[in-house]
Design a protein around this ligand. Sequence first.
Ligand SMILES: [Zn+2]
Length: 437
Amino acid sequence: MLTVGVLRTVPLDGELTSSLINRVAARYRLPASSVLRLWTSRNSAARHDGGGIRADAEIVLNEAGREALAELCGVKREVLTHALPAFAVDDPKISTSQEAEVVHARWRVASTAAGVAAYGCRLCTARRTGQALRAVRYVPRGQRVCLRHGRWLLDADADQPLEHLGLRLLPEVVAAQRRWSGVARRAVHAGVEPDRAFSLAHAVVARWWEQALSWEQEEIWPRRLHQLAGGDAGSRLAWWQIVGRDAAIFPEVVAVADALLDPAMAEVAWQASGEMKPRARRADDPFGHRLGERVGRTWLGPELAADHGSPLNGWKGAIVRARRHETGTPGWPEDPWHLKREQQPATMAGQLRVMAAEAQSGGSGTRWRATVPAEQRFRITQLVEEARTAGGVARRAQRHHRRGGPHPAGAPQPQWRPDRPSPCAYRRRSRRLRGDA
Ligand SMILES: [Zn+2]
């Protein structure tokens, strides 16, 4: 029998309740499963397709269950309420009056309990708690750098073994985290939720990340990606492109958020639009040019002008319509920071699922259904069917993708263009940057 409350275990700020329970178990030198037996649970932890329990599997408790955890940790309930975002979350299945007396727990995934989860930095966890253990915390995507240890903390919902990426060779990523604090303050002053500004900028730059495979002049990202991979992404380049994306693009995401919050950039967008006399966008679009300069790529303007599906266009459109005092037509939001569902970038977890399924099915090209929003499926299915009869599935689907639709494979794919070098140019360039071409 477990004697509770003898050892004190303090929660980390923003920790998942399940993560705290795992650490409590380690403190009592018990397997987590035997500590979990203290609570009655009628469902089980979410698992990956491969069978392992997801690191972002979260636990929601009822009143009696919360009392039991506080006792087990040897801390006051208020401490847990303050530190654990999911601690006060009620689940109707266990909080009803009939169930209230029973010490209940219910499994969820973190995103449905209190938000996006990431691995904690083990060195920081050891410093704070004396336990060098895995911890999982609710951390917004704009706060993923451990400044003390120079680490990028990865999403906890994906089926992959890494908890962090080292940033020792990438001081610009660490610097971007410091810069983000200022940009977030600027957002608050402008009446914009920092998370929304970050999400829009992240969607813009994640789209560039896919397109960069055909950008002949792009040299920054391949170098960063190899450094994140410990020197050489080598034969696992496609895997690293998924796992390293958010760390590699972070400096640009912060720069783009900063630019979009800058009234001077709104003015450039306004002037480029023709002000009160609408004019078509040109290849030398001054807005794209200025934005390119702000991310250290003076050549980027024409690439941006050619991209009609970018979330940037929604932002510009809303700014211009507001100045023209136009009301938005249906489907065109008034809010410049609104990100359409289909423009949200695929997550690492989603892309890895597609990659694993493709590998298993021998690359049938049908697994895109796993990540593509329902409304897009019909159109893509049509395209695929059309192409089957006429040949050239990939060519047609790529064309659809260029027009703004998601790629049928769901994962970041090179954008095929007849006037551009193939994706191997990226690989060739990567080799050159490593100095072994
Ligand atoms: Zn740390």
